[in-house]
Design a protein around this ligand. Structure first.
Ligand SMILES: Nc1nc2c(ncn2[C@@H]2O[C@H](COP(=O)(O)OP(=O)(O)O)[C@@H](O)[C@H]2O)c(=O)[nH]1
Ligand SMILES: [Mg+2]
Length: 283
């Protein structure tokens, strides 16, 4: 019979990040990334239009036409370590670095926080394949889903923000038990203030900080990006979120439930962020 104590738990360190990647600065530093919604105007369309404009001698209109299309396209922003995992130009998630196979974290608890109407509960239903129409007020569903990442299975559990008071014991314990915290806000919120987001971050930082960065993995999540048709009108919210992320040294990821954008990516990136925070900072 094997002795329980003979199994020595593995604790990830920087050496668990593949050697060839550790020289790649984008695995270690944040970059502002911009992704586009599905492009409906493909190269084939461009060639066809080119031919028609040529027939009528209107080639000069091409650049104007392209700029009009690009204005209509919805963009999604994020500030991440792209050298860990990213979204490619075809919208597919790319795992760039392999998470250490010895890292044991089978059940991952992801805690949603943030103002009401940010889309937290809706996100949890969407990710867990549950239908919000069948919501039963007296029965809390289990927002659990298995995901496969780097040939490993993870059980992901999402937890809603049930604390109604900001100074409640419940909120403290939700923060304590979470493996990663999502602070969600609506990117098209008319009157978003910095305090809406920083009040949570200050609370987390008061317990889980090493002075310069947060030791409790936390991600700011911008929601409802499908509603940001007039980008310039809401750009200040994005700028504010990025500034806050820089101050606290944490990632920012935008999602849309309606357009099914980055729902899975957010969860996958969160797992990377938890692992990376542990192996790079807890030393
Ligand atoms: N257009 C759009 N609406 C959304 C999105 N996410 C959530 N909503 C809507 O926003 C409203 C508030 O969502 P809810 O999950 O209840 O917010 P919570 O208070 O943060 O839990 C609901 O009517 C959702 O359908 C999104 O990505 N796009
Ligand atoms: Mg809710």
């Amino acid at each position: 019979m094997g002795n329980l104590y003979s199994v020595i738990a593995h604790s990830c360190t920087k050496s668990c990040i593949p050697e060839y990647q550790s020289k790649d600065s984008t695995a270690y530093s944040y970059q502002l990334c911009k992704w586009s919604s599905d492009r409906s105007f493909e190269e084939g369309h461009r060639q066809a239009l080119d031919e028609i404009l040529l027939i009528y001698g209107l080639q000069d209109l091409m650049s104007l036409f392209i700029s009009l299309i690009e204005d209509k396209e919805i963009k999604y922003y994020g500030m991440i370590h792209p050298g860990l995992c990213n979204i490619d130009e075809n919208g597919h998630i790319r795992a760039i670095i392999k998470i250490c196979p010895k890292w044991v974290q089978e059940r991952i608890l992801l805690q949603f926080l943030g103002p009401t109407e940010a889309g937290k509960t809706a996100f949890m239903y969407k990710f867990s394949y549950l239908d919000i129409q069948y919501y039963e007020p007296n029965k809390k569903p289990d927002f659990v889903r298995q995901i496969q990442l780097n040939d490993k299975a993870f059980t992901v559990q999402l937890v809603d923000s049930y604390a109604t008071r900001f100074d409640s014991v419940l909120l403290d314990s939700q923060i304590r038990y979470a493996d990663c915290i999502f602070i969600a806000f609506n990117v098209c919120e008319e009157h978003l203030t910095e305090e809406t987001i920083t009040k949570y971050l200050d609370k987390i930082a008061s317990r889980y900080s090493n002075g310069s960065s947060l030791m409790k993995p936390t991600i700011i999540v911008g929601t409802k990006t499908d509603l940001r048709k007039d980008f310039s009108k809401y750009k200040h919210n994005l700028d504010m979120a990025i500034q806050i992320c820089q101050k606290f040294d944490i990632p920012y990821i935008e999602v849309s439930l309606k357009n099914n954008v980055s729902v899975y990516f957010l969860i996958q990136y969160a797992i990377y962020h938890i692992w990376f925070t542990q192996c790079c900072k807890e030393q």
